[in-house]
Design a protein around this ligand. Structure first.
Ligand code: 5GP
Ligand code: MG
Ligand code: MG
Length: 187
């Protein structure tokens, strides 16, 4: 039973992903080159872990890296709309530029909650860098802080996707590409 055989279709291949991540990292490097202090890159666990790892290795600035965890999904494919922060930052973001790195923005609830959290901790700007953006299901607008920017890898059609960090029932995060599972595997 091979992992690839679980897929209905592939939306972005490993090569397409790596090319796009390199472009975003160059953009971030360019945008923060003149900042008085380099940004803190904050990955949202667990889904952003591969994107975060690929992205930070291509940002050519002396950045710091931290993690937060926000839970809004259980073992289903629907958000419960009320995320809670279950792992907080280790670093002090007061007066710092923060770039929040997410796997996918769907309803926007998780990201809005995290942006508010970083703002309340005194971040001087909050940017968002999401691998995928799924605007079809947005419920909450993403409001950046200060002169924060919005970076995105790809716009995602309205499918529940897996791979490149993203799971279904905690499986498939290790796929190096992103795709849609065959219906029999969404059970
Ligand atoms: P939101 O709060 O924006 O509705 O959802 C954010 C989180 O839900 C994402 O960070 C991700 O963990 C999960 N999520 C949303 N859409 C998908 C999807 O298509 N596939 C997977 N695997 N997770 C998703
Ligand atoms: Mg996420
Ligand atoms: Mg999940």
């Amino acid at each position: 039973m091979s992992l690839d055989s679980h897929m209905e279709k592939v939306l972005w291949t490993q090569d397409q992903i790596q090319d796009r991540v390199a472009q975003i990292a160059s953009q971030i490097t360019h945008d923060f080159r003149a900042a008085p202090h380099p940004p803190i890159i904050v990955g949202v666990a667990t889904g952003a872990f591969l994107f975060l790892a690929d992205l930070v290795r291509r940002i050519h600035l002396p950045i710091s890296v931290d993690l937060v965890r926000a839970q809004s999904y259980g073992f289903a494919t629907l958000s419960n709309g009320a995320p809670t922060i279950s792992l907080d930052l280790k670093l002090d973001v007061k007066g710092k530029h923060v770039v929040l790195v997410e796997d996918i923005v769907d309803t926007g609830c998780t990201l809005s909650c995290l942006i508010g959290h970083l703002e309340s901790k005194g971040a001087s700007s909050v940017s968002v860098c999401t691998f995928l953006d799924k605007p079809a299901r947005r419920k909450v607008d993403i409001e950046l802080v200060g002169d924060g920017k919005f970076y995105k890898g790809f716009e995602c059609p309205d499918y529940f996707v897996v791979g490149y960090g993203m799971d279904f029932a905690e499986l498939y995060r290790n796929l190096p590409y992103v795709g849609v599972l065959k219906p029999e595997h969404y059970k």
